[in-house]
Ligand binder design. Structure first.
Ligand SMILES: [Zn+2]
Length: 174
């Protein structure tokens, strides 16, 4: 167990919670009053990162003193496990079929996982104290991310609502 990694996890979850609470307060229509989403985002975000098969590999990769080939490979396995366990990652919803004729299918994400994903992205802007950083981040990553059409529209709608509201607040406080 590493103190630094525990501290990072705590901060990250705190920032996800802060992002979500900001949305609940400023754009309540986006939070939908969905209590299970509430609980998941505020208290269960990235819970699997405490499983030892994720925790140990992440800890060694980010906070260990020797990033060997083994450490890197273990980290990649742990990251993939994390993606398979956590529906708030878009990769969770990419179905890669066995049959080449069926190929890859990108599924729509349920709304509250979209919201959790955005809070997850946004948490990094919160940790930097620069709340509009998420918009650049999204611009840089959006083409690469495999999002189903309705999911993409929802993501972009939520982001533009956040942007509008941030601009509005900034105006008020000027
Ligand atoms: Zn996650």
């Amino acid at each position: 167990m590493s103190f630094q990694y525990d501290q990072y996890l705590e901060q990250h979850r705190g920032n996800v919670r802060r992002a979500y609470e900001w949305i609940c307060e400023n754009l309540p229509e986006l939070s939908n009053g969905d209590l299970s989403a509430n609980f998941q985002i505020q208290f269960e975000h990235d819970a699997s990162k405490n499983n030892s098969d994720e925790y140990d590999a992440y800890d060694a990769y980010f906070y260990g003193n020797n990033r060997s080939y083994r450490v890197m490979k273990d980290y990649q396995v742990a990251w993939l496990l994390h993606l398979h366990r956590n529906p708030h990652h878009w990769q969770y919803w990419v179905l890669i079929n066995d049959d080449p004729k069926e190929g890859e299918v990108i599924l729509e994400m349920p709304y509250y996982y979209i919201l959790e994903m955005i809070c997850d992205w946004w948490s990094f802007s919160w940790s930097q104290g620069k709340l509009d950083e998420i918009f650049n981040w999204y611009d840089e990553h959006s083409k690469y991310m495999k999002l189903a059409p309705k999911t993409r529209k929802t993501v972009e709608n939520i982001l533009s609502r956040i942007k509008e509201k941030l601009d509005e607040i900034e105006h008020e406080t000027r």
